[in-house]
Design a protein around this ligand. Structure first.
Ligand code: ZN
Ligand code: ZN
Length: 85
């Protein structure tokens, strides 16, 4: 009596590696998303979070015209200037 065990497939090779690396470090060094000239130093604050993707001038303008945050579409509560030292 010969039992041929051909099923050696044990353990799924499904590795669910959740690699959330959407925010690249280089993205912070890119210029303002709107004018593409000035550095992104205008922090758009909404609630307890903020988006840093425009310069202070563009961020101020968005706030002035009651435009939503270009990053997530939330209402801009405040705009602050970032100083990197
Ligand atoms: Zn700008
Ligand atoms: Zn936002």
């Amino acid at each position: 009596m010969r039992d041929q065990q051909l099923s050696v497939g044990e353990g799924d090779s499904q590795e669910s590696l959740d690699m959330d690396v959407e925010v690249k470090p280089e993205a912070l060094l890119e210029p303002c998303k709107l004018c593409r000239v000035r550095p992104r130093n205008g922090n758009i604050i909404h609630g307890r979070t903020a988006h840093l993707l425009t310069c202070f001038n563009c961020a101020k303008r968005l706030h002035k015209f009651h435009a939503p945050c270009p990053g997530c579409g939330k209402i801009i509560q405040k705009v602050i200037k970032i100083y990197v030292v």
